[in-house]
Design a protein around this ligand. Structure first.
Ligand code: SAJ
Length: 417
């Protein structure tokens, strides 16, 4: 196969929040897509046309692609023309990126290669990770090369995803993409592959810049949210309504402050800036500080609720939302979930009623706490002394305000101003 061969068979490694939508839109664009996942229950669900998590519009596309035979899932890495690696990159205890899932994916791909294939890393990664992935594959297969144009050449690139959970099926198609090959040929092949489904512009650079660009986008947002969170703490000490303050400041033509909240969660913005800090610990001062400001916001919320709860012998707290943000079921790195966990462990005499419309059961350890229960939102509020808004789910926005009469309200999202 040469770089001009159409990439008809694509294997997507890792069928999570990014991999499965990517597999689905590639199949919709006419590719034959073989998804790979380590979890048998995910594989079974997808092969039955079901999606194992909540994402607007995804299940219809998956079900259609599976029914047409364009998409299937399996545990084993198959032979394919192109591979897209979309596995987690968590961090280790010291905030250094853990590339072991990428390395495992690379070792799965290596024996399936003949020469001519494209291997794209989509997982958010520190600078140098694409080169490392290539090195793992070439160490396993010394008969292959990353020098372009030979019969045994393999092509490597980074094409970071930039989609917003909750809008993935729209943004996967519409957003511009950054593509960074380890060679120009790899960049071109990647551009051809992504052009099959992406209507946004495809911007070409090198692999390290592409890696850093993705981290930069999320660090930019983290720094801006940290500013809003710090403002909320300052405003409280000054008796100022932070929501009104931000709204007023944002009338300036060159000011656009983001919204404060209970902290920053999810597997992207709460994680990726640390990859910059760990790559350049001496230089990345502001990036580190923003992470620290956002990570400490739950402490501020916790102290506020505990102070309000002090006047009750057995306080009942309605905690509205434990997802990491509005209208999703994702609890990863959720500051809201962390606040509920700490409330329940630090105030054993309190009862915490969790209203989370996007989950059917509480996650561990909350499910094991005797003083925490999942409840319908109206019921939780009716029984509560303190109503703590942690997530701005649409179901909460339209609640009858009469329910809040005589309740102490701590609204971390400014939902009911
Ligand atoms: N948040 C605030 N205030 C705001 C905006 C967000 O407190 O004004 C909080 C949210 O509640 C949440 C966290 O920040 O806890 C992150 O939410 P988000 O909506 O900002 O971002 P994610 O993590 O869902 O998705 C981000 C996006 N990155 C950018 O907007 C730069 C998305 O485009 C990326 O693809 C995604 O990270 C990713 O996968 O990296």
């Amino acid at each position: 196969m040469s770089p001009t061969t159409p990439m008809d068979i694509v294997s997507v490694i890792g069928l999570g929040y990014i991999g499965l939508p990517t597999a689905a839109v590639l199949a919709q664009a006419g590719k034959t897509v073989i998804g790979v996942d380590v979890k048998q229950s995910n594989v079974d669900a997808i092969n039955a046309g079901r999606v194992p998590f909540v994402e607007e519009g995804l299940e219809t596309v998956v079900a259609g692609a599976v029914a047409q035979g364009k998409l299937r899932a399996q545990i084993e890495t198959p032979e394919a023309d192109a591979y897209i690696v979309s596995v987690p990159t968590p961090f280790k205890g010291d905030h250094e990126a853990d590339l072991s899932y990428i390395e495992a994916a690379a070792r799965g791909i290596a024996p399936k290669l003949d020469g001519g294939e494209l291997v794209v890393l989509e997982s958010t990664s520190p600078p140098g990770a694409t080169e490392q992935m290539a090195a793992v594959i070439l160490a396993e297969r010394p008969d292959l090369t990353d020098e372009p144009g030979r019969h045994n050449s393999v092509y490597f690139s980074h094409a970071p995803e930039r989609v917003l959970p909750g809008r993935i099926m729209i943004e996967m198609i519409d957003n511009d993409r950054i593509i960074g090959g380890t060679t120009d040929e790899a960049s071109e092949m990647t551009r051809d592959l992504y052009a099959s489904f992406c209507k946004g512009q495809l911007h070409i650079t090198d692999a390290r810049t592409a890696e850093m660009a993705k981290l930069t986008e999320n660090a930019f947002r983290d720094v801006n949210i940290a500013f809003a969170n710090e403002l909320s703490i300052i405003s409280e000490s000054q008796g100022i309504d932070v929501w009104e303050l931000i709204e007023l400041a944002n009338h300036h033509p060159r000011v656009n402050i983001l919204q404060p909240g209970p902290g920053v969660g999810g597997h992207c913005i709460a994680v990726d800036p640390w990859f910059i800090v760990s790559a350049a610990p001496e230089q990345a001062k502001l990036v580190r500080l923003a992470r620290e400001v956002n990570d400490s916001k739950p402490d501020f919320v916790l102290e506020k609720v505990m102070a309000k709860a002090a006047k009750f012998r057995e306080p009942v707290i309605a905690a509205l939302g434990i997802a990491f943000k509005a209208d999703i079921d994702d609890l990863r790195e959720s500051p809201s979930k962390a606040i509920v966990e700490r409330l329940s462990s630090e105030m054993e005499h309190a009862t915490v009623l969790v209203a989370e419309p996007n989950v059917d059961e509480l996650p561990v350890p909350l499910s094991q706490r005797p003083n925490v229960a999942l409840a319908e939102v109206e019921d939780a509020i009716a029984r509560a002394d303190i109503v703590l808004v942690l997530v701005d789910h649409h179901q909460f926005k339209t609640l009858d305000r009469e329910l809040l009469a005589e309740k102490i309200v701590v609204d971390t999202k400014g939902l009911w101003r």
